[in-house]
Design a protein around this ligand. Structure first.
Ligand SMILES: [Zn+2]
Length: 255
């Protein structure tokens, strides 16, 4: 549930509004009876769409992070704060997983070099590649994949061994890592305070109440019949129906 409020904060900035928005979205999404994981994904998507339709007043958001569009803020929060993998992000947004890598790289570079204009070294990749150096794809480099923990076991082993012995590749990995740390420290959604905790409690309560109203759907036919028959009104109605059948049967002509 905390991830939802963090996504909400990345979209609305203002704390009160983000709690209100996550509670509101959660209420409608929980009617869909999805698993917790899918509920969070659905709610996140619904919140992005809302933030795109009704962006908060820009004056309130005096932070470079909020100059990024809602989708980009969601992406950075998902990657750096929630540590979601590329598959989960793609599933949440309903897009191809293959698109995430280059989009993430472009968004990160935009945040650091365009919005913040930080004097960090730009990770161009090694000037010259050695005979066994991995190809450095400028729009989706392996260094990003490595730091996002998205490598297969064999690729990871190869790259880890390679950077230990190759200064050029190690340098570009260092540059990417510095970029990562910088971004991570500049996403303003992670602070906690008694106010935040209280609001989170409230949100959890909303969620629990939703579960209570959802529960009947999870009952078996037998359980719901028993629950139905336990109601006095139902018993009265059934009694009446039985009586009517008896009366109707007694009026049938007998031979
Ligand atoms: Zn190398």
């Amino acid at each position: 549930m905390q991830s939802l409020t963090r996504f909400s904060r990345s979209l609305w900035g203002d704390f009160g509004r983000s709690i209100e928005m996550s509670a509101d979205t959660l209420t409608s999404v929980s009617l869909l009876n999805l698993s917790t994981e899918h509920t969070i994904e659905r709610a996140a998507k619904a919140m992005i769409e809302r933030a795109e339709r009704n962006p908060p007043p820009i004056l309130k958001l005096n932070h470079p992070f909020f100059r990024m569009v809602p989708l980009e803020r969601f992406l950075l929060t998902a990657l750096h704060v929630e540590k979601w993998n590329y598959q989960r992000i793609a599933r949440t947004l309903g897009i191809e997983v293959a698109l995430i890598e280059s989009w993430a790289w472009a968004t990160r570079l935009k945040f650091i070099f365009q919005e913040l204009k930080l004097p960090l070294e730009y990770p161009h990749g090694p000037g010259t590649l050695g005979p066994v150096c991995p190809e450095f794809n400028l729009s989706a480099p392996w260094t990003q994949r490595m730091l996002d923990d998205q490598l297969g076991k064999r690729e990871r082993m190869f790259l880890q061994n390679h950077v230990m012995g190759c200064d050029r590749c190690r340098k570009v990995l260092d540059q990417t890592q510095r970029l990562f740390f910088k971004i991570e420290s500049l996403i303003p959604v992670q602070d906690t305070s008694p106010e935040v905790d209280a609001a989170l409690d409230h949100l959890m309560q909303t969620w629990d109440n939703q579960l209570v109203t959802r529960r009947p759907i999870f009952m078996t036919f037998e359980q719901s019949m028993i629950a139905f028959l336990k109601q006095p009104k139902a018993q009265l109605a059934l009694g009446g129906l039985f009586l009517m059948i008896l009366m109707w049967a007694s009026r049938l002509p007998r031979h």
